[in-house]
Write a protein that binds this ligand. Structure first.
Ligand code: FES
Length: 103
């Protein structure tokens, strides 16, 4: 397998990263269903809370953030994933409670 083939796979699938992510890797879906139900407001909320952007990591390495395409939970949009767990039917209040519980 060539390096280009590996890079193609790593850059296609969101579960692969080219650098270590935070202890809590937060993925925010902003695709159509989530976008229509507040996905970008949640994206901005999490960005502002931690002061990081797409694929950013907090200085203490505790949190990383990634904007992702559809994760297959459109019927319960908006949603985010923290590590392997999905959180659905979110509001800004629910997101605040969720991520504050991780600090
Ligand atoms: S659009 Fe967000 S999970 Fe499908």
């Amino acid at each position: 397998m060539t390096a280009e083939e590996v890079l193609g796979v790593v850059t296609f699938y969101t579960m692969y990263h080219q650098k270590p992510m935070g202890k809590y890797h937060i993925q925010v879906c902003t695709n159509v269903s989530c976008m229509l139900r507040g996905g970008y407001e949640i994206w901005d909320q999490v960005k502002d809370k931690f002061g990081i952007d797409h694929l950013g990591i907090t200085d203490d390495q505790k949190f990383s953030l990634e904007e992702v395409e559809c994760m297959g939970s459109c019927g319960t949009a908006p949603m985010i994933a923290i590590n392997e767990d999905f959180y659905e039917n979110l509001s800004k209040e629910k997101v605040e409670a969720l991520i504050s519980g991780l600090e």
